[in-house]
Design a protein around this ligand. Structure first.
Ligand code: FES
Length: 174
């Protein structure tokens, strides 16, 4: 009887270990950066593998860059002004911003449940387009200069979509 119990204990332990490893692997996969190439102030990022509602953090010229592929649920909560902040690449919409709060420069955290960002320093909040929804931040997160090249984004270059955002005041120069 006790050997049967030993066996059951070991089997259960084995399942738990496998489950734990699978969970860790899934978590690590979501932390893996997207394929990117860095060269002389430019960072090329392939956003093709990005998953909806999973925040990707890259780096450009020493600054954190947030990339967030929008799901249908996220899009339906956004207003016209918020939509102007998104990059359309293929059929998908992406938020691409500098990940520094426009109040005093803290790094906001993303909550996938509420689809929003919270800046823990003074309680500022942003929606999934990184437009500000609660003061004190004076504006949405800034959008870095970008050029769209297929499913790739070249940060540091100014493509026509970025020029338009600057011209209509959607973002300020970074
Ligand atoms: S630095 Fe983010 S709210 Fe103050």
């Amino acid at each position: 009887m006790s050997s049967r119990r030993d066996f059951m204990g070991k089997a259960l332990g084995g399942f738990t270990a496998v489950g734990g490893i699978a969970a860790l692997y899934a978590m690590k996969r979501s932390w893996d950066p997207l394929p990117s190439v860095k060269a002389a102030g430019f960072t090329t990022i392939d956003v093709g593998p990005a998953q909806e509602n999973v925040l990707v953090v890259e780096k450009w010229r020493g600054k954190p860059i947030f990339i967030l592929k929008q799901s249908k649920d996220m899009l339906k909560d956004l207003k016209e002004d918020d939509m102007k902040r998104l990059l359309k690449i293929g059929d998908a919409h992406y938020m691409v911003t500098v990940g520094l709060c426009t109040h005093l420069g803290c790094i906001p955290g993303y909550d996938p449940e509420s689809h929003g960002f919270l800046c823990a320093c003074h309680g500022g909040m942003y929606d999934s387009s990184a437009n500000v929804t609660k003061a004190p931040p004076p504006r949405g997160l800034d959008i870095p200069p970008f050029k769209i090249d297929g499913t790739k984004l070249v940060l540091g270059e100014q493509g026509p979509e970025y020029e338009k955002m600057l011209a209509d005041g959607t973002t300020l120069p970074v």
